[in-house]
Ligand binder design. Structure first.
Ligand code: ADP
Length: 513
């Protein structure tokens, strides 16, 4: 198939979170399955710096740009996946975060920037930019590409559109006047289009107008149809629930593999688990914590924001550190949370190490060195760190929500007996529930190392690699395009026939009902 994958970030070119990981991995996995998938990204300076051999395939005159907008073509660094870059220096040639200024506030012209991005994508989708290539399907991701399905819906001859929600809380909401300044087609200003309670909502354009919608885990697909997780879009999502599917993200097992990881102190695998201890001792050494196998070493990696439950983690520190527990935190985000964590690290110098900032190497070293990884997220569309931690034999302690619920099996009597447990889950987003889960993990860790290693090994044997998830996307793409099964197609496609309700043909656990 010919697929245009539209994203505002992709690893290794530019990354602020999980979307970049997915955008770097899924196209590669689809390419490996024999498909022509091309990524389109804004030409931020960092992206240009990391992309070699680019050629200009088009110069477009687009609404919202005073200068012609170049479409550059090349390949995603380190792969054969095609890459298009939308080069409009006035919109994208800025250093740093793609969405935020240095003080953490949004770029004031984000609506103009991503509306221009959408218009360039529409030109590519309709074969008006690269005359040699026209996709059958356009896969959009998150609000930055939400206008694409909306604009494409106005064309009779167009590719199929899929809109993926990676995090519903980021919506691209702007005042109604912005709709006029962007000169969007009048017909889109409606309850069935981009209007959301009198505001312009980019994400609504994707949800309301795409042919199909996906999100990054089956549980999150159900959650976003409820008022607790739907941010006011639950009604629309319920209405579209026949076209909504949850497909769990995969993880890049080339980058995240303890047997080959060049960042970590000592590589290991299930057969040489004793080498994991060298990573624990190195992590303790590097962060000034007393070295030893005995304390339970917890890790936290992620954005320091309310979503991730950092406040819950802060609230339990006094109680947690009465036990032989250490914690290494890596993250950046809200200043107040950073400061509270740093202050706590001064109070508990032998038990808490805090590193604020973004540090890829340290993320790998925490995954390898910690005994357990704490993820008290209030909601988590998919979450990647718990998958990395399972692969690294680092037991996840997670809130049972979204992708965390779909990837971690709580340790209880039954799951301990049949060796299906992989971690510790809790149901309430309260400090008491987080503490109770950490204490359960500690008791298990202290009671029997053999049982602990069994838990670790069950997790390490789980397969969350991309090929399985990519095959599910492919099932969906084919179903959306009415492409019949062929000999090489994955077995789930057997039942697909033209004219049937598309999602009825997909595997039951990924459908929301
Ligand atoms: P989200 O996309 O909500 O931030 P995910 O768990 O889906 O959360 O993905 C986060 C990704 O970003 C993971 O690959 C994680 O390791 C990485 N990450 C987050 N914060 C940091 C940090 N401070 N340093 C290094 N990597 C980080």
């Amino acid at each position: 198939m010919d697929i245009l994958f539209c994203t505002s970030e992709a690893y290794p070119l530019i990354k602020t979170g999980g979307l970049a990981d997915v955008s770097g991995s899924l196209p590669k996995a689809l390419h490996a399955l024999g498909h022509d998938v091309r990524i389109v990204l804004p030409a931020y300076p960092e992206v240009l710096q990391h992309s070699a051999g680019l050629t200009t395939v088009a110069e477009l005159t687009l609404v919202g740009a005073t200068e012609p907008v170049e479409i550059l073509a090349g390949h995603l660094a380190g792969s054969e996946v095609g890459l298009y870059l939308v080069n409009s220096p006035a919109h994208f040639r800025r250093p740093g975060n793609p969405y935020l200024q240095d003080d953490g506030s949004d770029w004031p012209d984000n609506a103009e920037r991503f509306a221009l991005f959408a218009r360039a994508i529409v030109a590519l989708a309709l074969g008006q930019a690269d005359r040699d290539w026209k996709p059958e399907l356009v896969h959009c991701n998150d609000w930055q590409t939400g206008l694409v399905p909306a604009l494409l819906s106005l064309h009779r001859e167009r590719p199929a559109t899929l809109f993926s929600i990676h995090n519903l809380s980021y919506q691209g909401l702007f005042p109604a006047e912005t709709f006029r300044t962007l000169r969007l087609p009048e017909s889109l200003w409606s309850i069935d289009g981009v209007e959301f309670h009198g505001q312009l909502s980019f994400i609504k354009g994707g949800i309301a107008c795409a042919d199909h919608i996906s999100t990054v885990s089956p549980t999150y697909a159900k959650e976003i149809c409820t008022s607790a997780f739907g941010y006011g879009l639950e009604g629309l999502l319920q209405y579209r629930s026949n076209d909504l599917i949850g497909i769990l993200n995969g993880m890049d097992s080339d980058t995240w593999n303890p047997a080959t990881d060049l960042f970590i102190e000592r590589t290991y695998n299930v057969h040489h688990l004793q080498h994991k201890l060298a990573n624990k001792l190195a992590l303790q050494r590097d962060h000034g914590l007393p070295r030893g196998a005995q304390p339970l070493l917890l890790g936290y990696i992620g954005r320091l924001v309310e979503q991730k439950g950092v406040d819950l983690m802060l609230a339990i520190l006094d109680a947690l550190f009465r036990h032989p527990v250490q914690l290494v935190v890596l993250g950046s985000g809200e200043q107040a949370l950073e400061q509270q964590l740093e202050a706590a690290a001064q109070r508990y110098p032998h038990q808490l190490a805090v590193h604020t900032g973004y540090d890829e190497r340290l993320a790998h070293r925490i995954e390898a060195g910690a005994d357990a990884l704490l993820m008290p997220s209030r909601y988590e569309p998919c979450g990647l760190n718990q998958m990395y931690s399972l692969a690294y034999g680092t037991v996840p302690i997670v809130h049972r929500t979204g992708g965390l619920a779909d990837t971690v099996v709580d340790l209880n009597e039954r799951s301990a007996r049949d060796y299906s447990a992989t971690g510790f889950c809790f149901d309430d987003t309260t400090p008491e529930a987080v503490l109770e889960a950490c204490e359960r993990a500690l008791s298990y860790f202290q009671a029997s190392r053999i049982d602990w290693w069994k838990l670790v090994i069950t997790g390490m044997k789980k397969d969350f690699s991309w090929p399985a998830s990519a095959a599910r996307y492919l099932d969906l793409y084919r179903a959306m395009c009415g492409i019949e099964n062929d000999v090489e197609a994955p077995p789930q496609l057997d039942s697909i026939a033209h004219g049937t309700a598309l999602l009825d043909t997909l595997t039951p656990e990924s459908r929301i009902h």
